[in-house]
Design a protein around this ligand. Structure first.
Ligand code: ADP
Ligand code: PMV
Ligand code: MG
Length: 388
């Protein structure tokens, strides 16, 4: 018996970083997913049995003998699948030692954090039960599209599908969604994984990956939004690598140095997100008012980008995208943690295909990669495979 779970990445329309400090953010799922397939062998009780992780896209494989995990992580022996628990600093140290025994190539050292999150979620939810997990993803890693959350959500779901905490119809054919309470449980576990990856996550990314749609999020609470206007976004990946954990920590340090000024910045972002959610949800009966709404949205995106600059998370590559799209009278803002990664550009409904092609060609001539993703689609889904 095997299970596959897939969870989408996301774009943040407004509020990244500020959301970590309690401001409102607006985000949407995108149609690029991370998929985890999990297979348990039939007879597998010996200590020589392995827990295996294959990262297919990177052609990397990790495995740990069950006996070694029992020795190094004795505290995780009894699965606690129904009670998501933070990873203690001592456990994280032991897991880091286990991951350190595998020589991850220098150029791929960023993956170590993902492997740490894997081992923690695995042993916490399934204990030492041997299995093979295979991960594949459509998402660029570390580019602001929430690959870390999509990994934690799909992994938590695959692990929980075979736990006592969730009861599912294994004979169901094709993709299915969890019920509300199961989604909540997946989301809580994924948040614990994101803590390992982001240090201090807001929970926004794992929530939008779990529940899909367009959401407004503040201090752990989500509201589903219904957009009543076309929201076509061009996503430009600057391909400048960066690390969310370091950027989030940098904003916290700046907040510590300038608490009053940063409080004002976060409060402005909160207002921007609230206004943005009102605009996208309001009714617009004709093209003219859609254009008016787009103008307001563009202004809010521009203001949010300015405040992200105040937080110190923009980058020369992001500024190049902003300048390039501005030549075509288009407005952009960074999405995700910044410092490189991806930039969003609003493509107004009446914008001609020729202009879209031209702007993409110019951005790609700078070495960037462009895509237009469907936004606000499904969240987490799972699928059983009885034949394997
Ligand atoms: N498919 C994956 N396989 C292994 N690790 C992954 C995968 N997806 C994400 N990760 C982990 O998440 C990290 C990227 O997360 P982060 O810096 O938060 O950026 P983002 O979430 O925007 O992609 C990677 O460096 C890696 O450790
Ligand atoms: C910067 C932040 O708001 C979003 C980070 O997104 P990403 O990991 O860059 O995709 C952090 C968070 O909300 O946990
Ligand atoms: Mg992330």
């Amino acid at each position: 018996m095997a299970v596959r779970a897939r969870a989408p990445g996301k774009i943040i329309l407004s509020g990244e970083h500020a959301v970590v400090h309690g401001s409102t953010a607006v985000a949407a799922s995108i149609d690029l997913c991370t998929q985890v397939s999990l297979r348990f062998p039939i007879d597998s009780e010996s200590d020589d049995s392995l827990i295996k992780l294959q990262l297919k896209d990177m052609a990397l494989e990790f495995s740990w003998p069950v006996g070694r995990l029992k020795k190094m992580l004795p505290e995780l022996g009894i699965p606690q699948s129904s009670t998501p628990t933070p990873c203690s600093p001592e456990t994280l140290k032991s897991i880091a030692a286990l991951v350190g025994e595998h020589n991850i190539p220098e150029a791929k050292s960023g993956l170590a954090a993902g492997v740490l999150a894997f081992l923690y979620l695995y042993t916490s939810i399934q204990g030492y039960k041997p299995a093979t997990a295979v991960v594949t993803s459509d998402l660029p890693l570390g580019a602001g599209l929430g690959s870390s959350a999509a990994l934690c959500v799909s992994l938590s779901a695959a692990l929980l599908a075979f736990s006592d905490s969730v009861s599912l119809d294994f004979s169901h054919q094709g993709w299915l969604t969890f019920g509300e309470s199961e989604l909540e449980l997946v989301n809580k576990w994924a948040f614990e994984g994101e803590k390992i990856l982001h240090g201090k996550p807001s929970g926004l990314d794992n929530t939008v990956s779990t529940f899909g749609n367009i959401i407004m999020f503040k201090s752990g609470n989500l509201t589903l939004l219904k957009s009543r206007m076309p929201l076509r976004m061009l996503i430009t990946n600057t391909k400048v690598g960066r690390n969310t954990k370091a950027l989030v920590a940098g904003v916290s340090e700046r907040t510590f140095r300038h608490p009053d000024a940063m409080a004002a910045v976060f409060s402005a972002v909160d207002s921007i997100s609230k206004e943005l959610s009102t605009i996208i949800q309001s009714h617009a009966p004709d093209d003219l008012s859609i254009t008016e709404k787009e103008k307001k949205l563009e202004e809010l995106m521009e203001m949010n980008q300015g405040l992200l600059q105040c937080m110190g998370v923009t980058h020369a590559s992001i500024e190049t995208v902003l300048q390039t799209t501005l030549k075509y009278k288009l407005t952009s803002k960074l999405t995700g943690a910044g410092g490189g990664g991806c930039v969003l550009t609003l493509l107004p409904a009446l914008l001609s295909g020729t202009v879209v092609d031209e702007v993409i060609a110019e951005l790609e001539s700078c070495g960037f990669q462009c895509l237009i993703a469907e936004i606000g689609g499904k969240g987490l889904q799972i699928c059983f495979d009885a034949s394997s």
